[in-house]
Design a protein around this ligand. Sequence first.
Ligand code: GLA
Length: 412
Amino acid sequence: MKQRIISIKVLGIVFLLTIILNTLTIKAQKFDNLAPTPPMGWNSWNHFACEINEQTIKAMADAMVSTGMKDAGYQYINIDDCWHGERDSLGFIHPNYKRFPSGMKALADYVHSKGLKLGIYSCAGSKTCAGYPAGRGHEYQDALTYAQWGIDYLKYDWCNTDGLNAVGAYTTMRDALFAAGRPIVFSLCEWGNNKPWEWGASVGHLWRTTGDIYNCFDCIKDHGTWKSWGVMYILDMQKGLRRYAGPNHWNDPDMMEVGNGMSLNEDRAHFSMWCILAAPLIAGNDLIKMSDEVRDILTNKDVIAVNQDELGIQGFKYSSNDSIEIWFKPLANDDWAMCILNRDSKSQKVFFDWAIENVKDELFNKSLNCTLIKYNLKDLWTKKDIGTTSKKLETEILGHDVLMLRLIKTTK
Ligand code: GLA
């Protein structure tokens, strides 16, 4: 009897200890599973910069539906810098009511009524990059405000952060969002300065790997104190980062410039490469004025399927000869995507002998064995079946363009 009482007591103590331990280990975290595949949406910055207001944002939401972008998978309408008004006497942030007279809650309701989600922008520093009130010292208050407004996505920038520790600053905002209780995708925009790929996975859902993109294929824009980068420069800066990306934690090579003035070939190459990189697909153009050709690029469901593949493996550069780069991305069900990128402005002939090439993804333990398995080849831009891997590939690729294929596994 005495023994039984003792063991009941022991059980009771163990139970209590478990509760106490659990309570102690319930720590703040990022919201789970908000980005199992790379987020898709639109952001105001690349085209509109500070020229934004609620009419424009609503019009973009309308256009996202009417152009078929929503059907193709785009979800987020993200307001970037310059929406801010002042903080009130209690420190709560308000929108600029001249630009957003109905307020952010009404705008979120509108965007939600279209079956879309609303994103907003702030910054870890004292001021945003455009000089508006930013998050530092107001993280919990701001997170609460965003939750009350019905915000679904927060891009958090890194201007005016002298003396701040990046991991600490972003973790504070992560904890604030979690405490506010509304699931919000957390997009770290720290430009790769503090290697966010090494610590970002437990803090946010995506992290910028570079400085800002610039609307050109292969140039650098020098702003004096800082530079922004053409598409090829950004592409090269992704080297060595694929090991860090995967479902719910993506490398972000910046929002797209498709439709902002590059040639159609360049737009196609840019979009294809962002899909091979498993990059977040955040369009940055004027969705109302875009041409049918640009719309067709942004809504190509076969190319998007490569980006959104459930394995979430970022692609890799297999070879590079002169201006021709060959990239591969392993896909679910043993399919593969292949993208041959011509970085030259003149067209180039390319040959690829499946029988002798040895395509291996050692990091994710995948290999493309064309001697054992035959793959059908689908050209994802022309939508044509172009044969199989039993025959050597011979093709010509226009300047600043790509050939993008899906290798579909068949039985031999
Ligand atoms: C930084 C970011 C950009 C954009 C601007 C807004 O430069 O990297 O993407 O958000 O700020 O001011």
